[in-house]
Ligand binder design. Structure first.
Ligand SMILES: *Cc1c(COP(=O)(O)O)cnc(C)c1O
Length: 227
């Protein structure tokens, strides 16, 4: 087992607890998802033995392959945090416990149709940048998307998700996300999750009310390059 991995995980958890206390929040209300994309399955096995139960992946094929290789360790939850393609809705749904990236009615419809009698937890991904080409629904369209997804039997809207823009103070961006979370909650009262905060900005996300952090490199170390 990689001792630095345990040390990095403990250090991040201490920073999470610290940021939560400073915000007057209970650290137990915050779920730390470890983003394991591009890393081998052995890293997930190591994380599991350190108590990690929430992992995040951003590519469907990688998620599907890792999940198949690992089997079904007790209590493990797989979070899909990447762009979801409509034609991959079935494998995404089959491999995910939570999909963080529902950002348009078409992908919601496809994930809904791919259900097999179960209900999938989803988050509405919000685009906090000015670039309409980035993933996510624009803040102005959150209410309409929440209404649409709320009407689908095989999906359960749990809240919102976003990535902070690179060229803005994360705290300001997360403030807008909190506004979007309020909008979604007016449509779906128990949609209380806010997925925000990565290696570079998770303390700011906690201060703003994030309930689910997606932390990669601070815990895993640098990612192997993609190809
Ligand atoms: C890779 C990724 C993360 C984690 O990024 P780090 O900076 O390594 O913590 C979080 N969210 C999304 C959507 C990602 O793709």
């Amino acid at each position: 087992m990689d001792a630095p991995l345990a040390d990095r995980l403990a250090a991040v958890d201490a920073r999470i607890a610290d940021a939560a206390r400073r915000a007057g929040r209970d650290p137990a209300d915050i779920t730390r998802i470890v983003v394991t994309k591009f890393h081998p399955v052995s890293l997930i096995t190591d994380l599991y033995s350190l108590g990690v139960r929430d992992v995040g992946e951003n590519r469907q094929q990688e998620l599907t392959a890792k999940r198949a290789e690992l089997g079904s360790p007790e209590g493990m939850r797989w979070h899909f945090i990447g762009q979801a393609q409509t034609n991959k809705a079935r494998p995404v749904r089959a491999a995910s416990d939570v999909v963080h990236s529902v950002d348009r009615p078409r992908i919601a419809d496809a994930l809904n149709a791919a259900g097999a009698g179960d209900v999938l937890d989803v988050l509405l991904q919000v685009n906090l940048t000015d670039d309409p080409g980035r993933g996510g629904v624009s803040p102005a369209d959150v209410e309409a998307l929440a209404t649409h997804v709320h009407g689908l039997d095989a999906l359960r809207v749990r809240g919102v998700m976003a990535v902070a823009p690179l060229d803005e103070e994360p705290a300001r961006a997360f403030e807008r996300l909190r506004g979007c979370a309020d909008v979604a909650r007016r449509v779906v009262p128990d949609a209380t999750w806010i997925s925000a905060g990565m290696t570079g900005d998770f303390p700011e996300a906690i201060a703003m009310g994030a309930t689910h952090l997606r932390i990669g490199s601070a815990i895993t170390g640098p990612r192997p390059s993609r190809d």
